[in-house]
Design a protein around this ligand. Structure first.
Ligand code: DO4
Ligand code: MG
Length: 297
């Protein structure tokens, strides 16, 4: 069972459940967290509560593709893990050494270390949803999307569901100096999540999600990459345990789990490109790329 948010004809944000068959049922709760709280109060699982609710209600006549989708959760904070896949380690080594293909750096160390790389990625105001534009920076010439599985967690670090995230990144800025990481990762519209949250209870093996990334330029497919979460070096509980260690997080925090798909080293995103990130059983997150003239207006 998947959870989405969409705008209805009165421009109201509606929480909804999407069944495996793709039927959409509006839900009475404002958001996923309220749904989880109500399920806890009734001592039932979130999935049981959704199933009970939709058994007593009518679906809408639209499919998910026809809806004006919003972020599936308004996450006050989005955090991200880095160098959790071998592919990411190798790409980071390449950019940190001015293009050496066989280099070893501190990225090798973090790949092997007990403590993973966890960084602050985004706030609700910087995060966009399906169909919205992701921005590229004007002071970078080497920018890529990072297609990642996102964990939606509560304040205790329990996984409530799984979503798709795009950790937009500037390879040249991070490669110049790792201390520039926040600038290589955070700017206006530099993070996208959605289109849905797959409830944790609906997932039998979270280490077997297929991830595909497609980038279109002038409607032509120019990049396609595939990965699977079975290639992940870390466990999700391990990443979460470091995120919440001596830290306080919000219910509905999203933790991105790292990228395993990186376009070829000569690729950079351009204004107008269309990014599609697909994760099995969750959906396809689509965003167009924009180079804003002036992001202050
Ligand atoms: O250190 C850089 C960040 C790496 C990252 O974002 C990733 O592996 O997904
Ligand atoms: Mg990343």
């Amino acid at each position: 069972m998947r959870i989405i948010r969409y705008l209805n004809e009165h421009s109201q944000a509606i929480l909804a459940a999407v069944t495996n068959e793709g039927t959409v049922y509006p839900l009475p709760q404002e958001g996923l967290i309220e749904l989880i709280q109500q399920a806890n109060a009734q001592s039932v699982s979130p999935l049981s509560l959704v199933e009970f609710t939709i058994s007593k209600s009518k679906p809408i006549q639209y499919s998910v593709e026809d809806l004006s989708l919003l972020v599936p959760i308004v996450a006050e904070e989005v955090w991200a893990s880095g160098v959790t896949y071998e592919r990411s380690r190798d790409a980071r080594n390449y950019e940190a050494t001015g293009g050496k293909l066989d280099a070893t750096t501190f990225y090798d160390k973090i790949y092997e270390a007990e403590r993973p790389e966890i960084f602050f990625k985004s706030t609700a105001a910087r995060t966009v949803g399906p169909g919205q534009e992701v921005y590229i920076r004007r002071d970078s010439n080497w920018q890529t999307p990072e297609p990642e599985l996102g964990l939606v967690i509560n304040r205790d670090g329990e996984i409530l569901g799984y979503t798709i995230g795009n950790d937009m990144s500037c390879r040249d800025i991070e490669g110049e100096n790792p201390l520039y990481l926040p600038q290589a990762k955070m700017w206006k519209n530099s993070c996208s999540i959605g289109p849905a949250i797959l409830l944790a209870e609906s997932v039998t093996d979270p280490y077997n999600f297929d991830i595909t990334c497609r980038i279109y330029r002038n409607d032509k497919l120019i990049v396609e990459g595939k990965a699977n979460t079975n290639q992940l070096k870390r466990k999700f509980d391990e990443l979460i345990s470091f995120l919440i260690r001596d830290n306080e997080i919000f219910d509905g925090t999203v933790l991105l789990t790292g990228t395993c798909i990186i376009p070829s080293n000569d690729f950079t995103l351009l204004d107008g490109d269309q990014i599609e990130i697909e994760i099995s059983n969750i959906g396809v997150l689509k965003n167009r790329v924009k180079l804003p003239n002036n992001i202050l207006v």
